[in-house]
Design a protein around this ligand. Sequence first.
Ligand code: GLN
Length: 488
Amino acid sequence: MQGFQNIQSLAAGLRAGDFSSVELTQALLARIGELDGAVNAFINVTEDAALNGAKQADAELAKGTAGPLCGIPIAHKDLFCTAGELTTCASKMLANFTAPYSATVVDKLQQAGMVMLGKTNMDEFAMGSSNETSHFGPCHNPWDLSRVPGGSSGGSAAAVAAGFAPVATGTDTGGSIRQPAAYCGVSGIKPTYGRVSRYGMVAFASSLDQAGVFGRDVNDLALVLGAMSGFDARDSTSSEQADPWLEGLSDNPDLNISEPAKGTIGLPVEYFTDLSVGSAELEAVRLQLEGMGYRCVDVSLPHTDAAIPAYYVIAGAEASTNLSRYDGVRFGHRCEDPQSLEDLYERSRGEGFGGEVKRRILTGTYALSVGYYDAYYVKAQKVRRLIQQDFLTAFTKVDLILAPVAPTTAFAIGGVQDPVSMYQQDKFTIPASLAGLPAMSLPCGMHEGLPLGLQLIAPHFHERQLLECGARYQQQSDWHTQQPQVRA
Ligand code: GLN
């Protein structure tokens, strides 16, 4: 089944003439057509664009000089702008929005010859941890259709897990790549803030939003991340710190990990104190890493508990300003028959946004208002600095950090109703987001039939150490090769 092959084997199949990119794309579109009614991983399947892209890729492949991503299908989270195709952000507000340009990420992957299959489901404006806030209905976890795939990039994680696409893009503001990767049993990486351009990504919390990728294994993550990365003058926080190794991976797609591992991995004690599932699995990972040559030690990240409150103040504040652009005037949902300008704003926004998005706008506006700014917003920024400092101190002693991804496995759709309980989902992913660090989630076990993930966190711009450690782990484990049985 081509849907479950990694890029390396698909690229080899394309070059051996086992199948063309058009045939591969058709096979995946057929699988999506058969099973996505049950999964709901896609908001839009872009069939015509996919087949056109695949035809072009076949022409490139025939020349014999195409790179390893040429002709490989990919799904994009529906918050990356795609010229000529809808970009909804899973919101009624943007349900009919077609962006006039494509995100840098989308352009770069297209230039590498990748074939866009469609746009994936997500929490509305990327606000959520379960994909349940989507205007287009929840996405279902391919391992158990009654459960959530995680969020906000739930559709992308589910698309890879269900064998609809070998890789998919996602974004991570507080955990939206790592947590769904863990829940769906796939690999996912969020790079350093600034590594990948945010141009053309619909903004949620601009100081935190970062694009990344889901795939079957670390090798695939490295390849696609390499092609996505790099300075972009159109994103003012894009970093000029290049990584020639990462960006050059397309010439030499194999991670060279034959040498014995060296380095120290820290396990933050605060992350393991009240872990409900996964302790035994993470202990097994620790032993495996030690067996490879890594030294594992305990570290402390003392301000961990303050991360969730600080994040929900900062992310809400940024969201409230970013989302003020949706006023029904130039684009987005507009109410019927407005009576005045104020009525137009009020009803367009009232009708266009869902409940969770409104909650973030209201709390964010409150935190930024005169009289509360110092008490909430400024204080949250100070806490953010302390959390960054915790990591910087830890990284003077260790090279990488090993942690859980989420406190539970995938929960039932409708099972977490209270917003504050939902926010607790992110307690192990938000600290690295606040610090802008690269982090990765890899499958490391199964608990009652549902996947579990491990998280690795690296210092800023040390994606290479992260990817090499992950690739070594996958050389000695097979959790990433497990597949769910998806039924229509
Ligand atoms: N679950 C977190 C939130 O709701 C993170 C979302 C994300 O990373 N986009 O804000």
